[in-house]
Ligand binder design. Structure first.
Ligand SMILES: Cc1cc2nc3c(=O)[nH]c(=O)nc-3n(C[C@H](O)[C@H](O)[C@H](O)COP(=O)(O)O)c2cc1C
Length: 367
């Protein structure tokens, strides 16, 4: 059998998965408008990819305040919950499993996306040198520089943790198999973790313990809804995407891995930084995380089946996430099993649009 480690079943917390090929979270900006509601087209797209051991949904805003890009789906209204329920039902009917990625963008946003044109919120009032995506007042969509954020008062944090819990509860009602908390890629919780974006002088800034406090409060709120065995977390240590810097990336990752171990969450998912211009993770770093965390450890970023199989065989990974390969190959697991060639993804159709570059990639046909 090809890639026997990658294609073997696994247990992840409470989940029993058919293989270790995970579909990484992929923003595709195709939620139905108005209202950012998951649609039948989105259900078809995910169901086509139900062969993955686990699908991690595209990042999904937990509140209006948490949105940084037009046309991304939410999970804070009744229609959004109902839309996701149709997606989950389609994936389950096709034999797959799916968790929802819970997202608050923090400073990666713009008044055009916010209630009453408000400023985006962040741990500190530091503007990111990054872009977000808006529909302008004249109706034309555009990438624009992110706006200057307002620093959150610590009295506002419990309500945001509550928004995560409410979104997690909606995900549960929609039938998801679990949730992944997005603490990666320069969004709100990552902004708290990293020294470049968090310059607070209260209990939520300064040393590692303080910078991790709010992300862990959010994690505990979500565990309160789901229990730890259906909760995963995504981190991007050393990541530079969205203008991130962290002087203590190594120590923070180890501190968090210990906190996740204590809470016995199902998995830790690392978005490796080098696909987006960041550094390559060292073997020592990988060993350190493995040493601290005995739940499922998942790595994503630039893998092919061979390297993924070797990582799992080595014991450093329990599963590997595939992003761009899943965009272009709905039947990725079958292609791996037959060592069949892969379709190449078309970057022009990653974000927005309809079926083209979304549900029309062909499956492999044996000749
Ligand atoms: C079009 C696109 C959308 C993405 N959206 C998300 C997202 O919503 N959440 C997230 O955590 N990462 C997101 N990522 C990062 C991917 O999950 C993954 O880490 C990255 O694509 C590297 O893996 P790959 O080399 O297998 O594509 C996105 C990447 C791409 C290319």
């Amino acid at each position: 059998m090809a890639y026997p480690h990658l294609l073997s079943p696994m247990r992840c917390g409470a989940l029993h998965l058919n293989n270790r090929v995970w579909m990484a979270p992929l923003t595709r900006s195709r939620a139905a408008q108005p209202g950012d509601v998951p649609s039948e087209l989105n259900a078809e797209y995910y169901a086509q990819r139900a062969n993955a051991g686990l699908i991690v949904s595209e990042a999904t805003q937990i509140s209006r305040q948490g949105q940084g890009y037009a046309w991304t789906p939410g999970i804070y209204t009744e229609p959004q919950e109902a839309g996701w329920q149709r997606v989950v039902q389609a994936v389950h009917a096709a034999g797959g499993k799916i968790v929802l990625q819970l997202w608050h963008v923090g400073r990666i946003s713009h008044p055009l996306l916010q209630e009453n044109g408000a400023a985006p919120v962040a741990p500190s009032a530091i503007t990111a040198n990054a872009q977000c995506f808006v529909v302008q007042p004249d109706g034309t969509p555009a990438n624009v520089p992110t706006a200057s954020p307002r620093a959150l008062d610590s009295s506002e944090l419990p309500a945001i943790a509550q928004d995560y819990a409410a979104a997690a509860a909606r995900a549960k009602r929609a039938g998801f198999d679990g949730v992944e908390i997005h603490m990666a890629n320069g969004y709100l919780l990552d902004q708290f973790l990293c020294t470049g974006s968090n310059q607070r002088t209260d209990d939520y800034g300064g040393n590692i313990e303080n910078r991790a406090r709010f992300p862990l409060e959010v994690l505990d709120a979500v565990i309160g809804v789901w229990g730890p065995e259906r909760v995963g977390v995504r981190l991007s240590p050393f990541g530079t995407f969205n203008d991130m810097q962290d002087r203590e990336a190594d120590a923070m990752a180890v501190y968090l891995a210990r906190a996740f171990q204590e809470r016995e969450i199902a998995y830790l998912h690392i978005a490796e930084p080098d696909w987006a211009g960041g550094p390559t993770l060292s073997d020592e770093f990988r060993h350190n995380l493995r040493h601290e965390f005995s739940g499922s450890l998942v790595w994503t970023g630039g893998y092919d089946a061979q390297r993924a199989d070797e990582m799992i065989q080595s014991g450093l990974a329990d599963a590997i996430g595939f992003g761009r390969p899943y965009i272009a190959n709905p039947d990725l697991v079958n292609r791996f099993a037959h060592q069949a060639p892969l379709n190449a993804p078309d970057v022009n159709t990653f974000y927005g649009g309809g079926t083209a570059g979304y549900t029309d990639y062909p499956c492999w046909q044996p000749s």
